[in-house]
Design a protein around this ligand. Structure first.
Ligand code: A2P
Length: 430
């Protein structure tokens, strides 16, 4: 019988003292405690990837004795039975793949990437809202028709790639998972659910295999930042991250991108831009991220960067302070990141680590003052990093800048890499 243990201190090596051989650890932000989910499902006795998911204690943190209490039963798993390590994989054959949100910006990119990466799609099921039902879709030389999402649409489906917003995912992801599909969900609906892995394949690939039918694709800015933080954190413990983002219109969807195009024309023609999709006109303008403000004066997007980074990197104490800004760029996000470590981090060492990190490329030419720009990464896979430098105000902190395509690595590419990982566990986010 699974159970939940809450401990009011960081968990570290002492987790072994509870005698559970397989543990999944995650943060429950609302309660300010850590939940430790110990599963006694049949697969617990088998070695396999991902059964300790995404948790690595802060390097150098003193071991603390475990003090836990059983506080709640786990909710029923999303699928009838907790899958074994083998069942958690995708079958090694052409798959029936449903795209939920096939008409959206990320949905379109998913379709492009499935083709570009020659993902083994045996049958494609493009799904969207009733507004788009019946629309034609041409993909890989075949004609398809967009269907309205229904429970029947998931019958026999192996994989659902969902990018149709949180409420659509909350309704349909559990239905699809119950029907036997693996759902990789791009919305924020399940990201902080302790039973749902939150995966960046280059950072915590093992977490993917602990899924119970749903895997969450992280927030776009968080994916990009963790690609840079993970190789550095593997060398020296991170104390604190301060990040400012410069987020493109694509993060708000295809309609926001079109609004930016149209309102830019309006301004150039001397007109007064009036926005309908975004809260303010983005053309020749910028504004603080419009996700709901919390009582602590951070917006939801900024807190996603805190909590999701902690969950992905398995660093439940990591301090992250983010300021998220929407800028008039079509589809690539940028971030200015300051990282404070437990000890000084020579710039050259950091540069070498980032240059060798999977999914990362350096764009750094100090001689000509040339560093990453959104246009460098638009339509491309890697996250570009540059201007890595010592923070003049702190001997143990580094500063750097990054750009990444929000629709690709920030959303669609990461989702497809997770699917590739589940089908071929050694791919590790190629
Ligand atoms: P539709 O085009 O029919 O509205 P974006 O993030 O680029 O705005 O895309 C959102 C995607 O989610 C679109 O494909 C959209 O379909 C889809 N979508 C929105 N609401 C629903 C819904 N209630 N059910 C299914 N798909 C939805």
């Amino acid at each position: 019988m699974p159970f939940v243990l809450c401990v009011h201190q960081p968990l570290d090596k002492s987790i072994s003292s509870i005698g559970a051989s397989r543990l999944r650890l995650s943060r429950i932000p609302a309660l300010d405690c850590f939940s430790l989910l110990a599963s006694r499902s049949p697969d617990c006795s088998e070695p396999g990837p991902g059964l300790v998911s995404g948790f690595s204690p802060p390097i150098g943190a003193p071991p603390a004795p475990f003090r836990g209490t059983v506080v709640a039963q786990l909710p029923a798993p999303l699928t009838a039975a907790t899958p074994s390590a083998t069942a958690s994989r995708l079958p090694d054959r052409p798959l029936r793949v449903a795209i939920l949100g096939a008409t959206g910006a990320v949905g379109q990119e998913l379709l492009d990437l499935l083709e570009e990466r020659e993902f083994p799609v045996g049958e494609l099921i493009p799904l969207a809202s009733p507004r788009s039902a019946g629309q034609p879709l041409h993909w890989r030389g075949h004609d398809y028709t967009i269907s309205e999402v229904t429970a029947e649409a998931f019958a026999g489906v192996d994989l659902v790639l969902a990018s149709a917003g949180g409420s659509t995912s909350r309704t349909w992801a559990p239905v699809a998972a119950k029907a036997g599909a693996v759902v990789i969900d791009n919305s924020s609906a399940f990201r902080m659910d302790p039973a749902v892995p939150l995966v960046v394949p280059e950072v915590n690939p093992e977490a993917a295999f602990a899924h119970q039918g749903i895997i969450a694709n992280p927030n776009c800015t968080t994916i990009l930042m963790t690609l840079a933080l993970a190789p550095l954190a593997a060398r020296r413990s991170i104390r604190r991250v301060v990040v400012s983002t410069y987020q493109s219109a694509s993060g708000a969807g295809a309609r926001a991108m079109e609004e930016l195009r149209q309102l830019s024309r309006t301004v150039l023609d001397g007109g007064v831009p009036v926005s309908e999709v975004l809260p303010y006109p983005l053309a020749f303008n910028l504004f603080l991220h419009n996700s709901p403000l919390q009582d602590n004066a951070y917006c939801e997007e900024e807190l996603k960067m805190l909590y999701e980074t902690r969950k992905i990197m398995g660093l439940p104490d990591l301090r992250v302070s983010a300021t998220c800004v929407r800028v008039p760029v079509l589809r690539a996000h940028s971030e200015a990141i300051n990282v404070e470590f437990e000890a000084p981090f020579p710039v050259e060492e950091a540069r070498a680590l980032l240059a060798a990190a999977p999914g990362v490329e350096l764009i750094e030419d100090f001689g000509s003052n040339r560093f990453p720009m959104p246009t460098d990464v638009t339509g491309r896979d890697p996250v570009a990093i540059g201007r890595i430098r010592q923070d003049l105000s702190h001997p143990q902190a580094l500063e750097f800048w990054l750009c990444g395509d929000q629709i690709r690595k920030g959303a669609a590419l990461n989702a497809i890499q997770i699917a590739e990982l589940l089908q071929s566990p050694t791919s590790g986010g190629r």
